[in-house]
Design a protein around this ligand. Structure first.
Ligand SMILES: CC(C)(COP(=O)(O)OP(=O)(O)OC[C@H]1O[C@@H](n2cnc3c(N)ncnc32)[C@H](O)[C@@H]1OP(=O)(O)O)[C@@H](O)C(=O)NCCC(=O)NCCS
Length: 199
């Protein structure tokens, strides 16, 4: 039996563990455990965020992280936790300078052309442990994120995901998401922006 619950700060370790397994070759994973722990801790503490975990036999097997306001969310996360982000940026500057540049470009969304009105909520991350995938857990979590946001008056939920060779595309389509536009993220990564009307 799988339960979907609001994440607490105690869940950050499990969320990071799932992130590293579900998003193995993704850019954020390459920034390491410390960065991901900071990122998801700040996410959970933010008042505009919805972070859910899927539990089976009291073990966390999936998570989803969204925000009710997309515009300026990442900037506000950094501003609210400036000291912690500054510390980790210094570490990245010495260990992975190119990754730091890419992080700044992606967080500021300079590569998303934003040619449409970006007044929507955003799903930033959804992941299920590899052994639990394809059993309806992602669908349950995304449905709960949508219900949560709908209850606070959100009308549209958006997300970005890879354009090529991406098994998540049929997942989002099966949940009623349609393509709003596609764009090239820094440095050369073609992405879809999907959107769903929650009304
Ligand atoms: C994407 C992910 C969150 C989906 O969660 P899941 O629990 O595996 O998916 P579900 O079992 O809930 O699938 C729900 C629907 O998506 C479809 N779907 C899921 N994976 C699919 C795949 N690989 N190919 C085709 N359809 C797929 C299923 O057909 C299902 O629809 P149905 O119930 O109408 O048959 C999960 O597979 C995952 O963590 N993947 C790795 C990380 C990732 O890619 N995250 C998203 C990146 S933006």
């Amino acid at each position: 039996m799988v339960n979907i619950q609001n994440a607490t700060i105690d869940d950050v370790g499990s969320i990071v563990n799932i992130h590293l397994q579900a998003f193995k070759d993704f850019f954020l994973s390459s920034l390491g455990k410390d960065f991901l722990e900071l990122y998801y801790s700040c996410f959970i503490k933010n008042s505009k965020a919805v972070v859910l975990v899927a539990k089976s036999d009291n073990e966390i097997i999936g998570f989803a992280a969204a925000t009710s306001v997309s515009k300026g969310f990442n900037t506000s996360l950094v501003k609210e936790n400036l000291f912690s982000f500054a510390l980790i940026s210094v570490k990245l500057l010495f260990t992975k300078p190119h990754a730091l540049l890419r992080l700044v470009r992606n967080l500021s969304k300079t590569s998303d052309n934003g040619k449409f009105n970006d007044n929507y909520a955003e799903l930033f991350s959804i992941g299920v442990l590899p052994a639990g995938q394809g059993k309806g857990i992602g669908k349950m979590m995304l449905g709960s994120v949508e219900d949560n946001l709908r209850n606070t008056g959100v009308e549209r939920l958006s997300l970005t995901t890879d354009y090529y060779n991406n098994t998540a595309v049929p997942f989002y389509q099966s949940m009623g998401y349609t393509v709003l536009y596609d764009f090239i993220a820094y440095p050369e990564r073609r992405m879809y922006r999907f959107i769903k009307d929650l009304k």
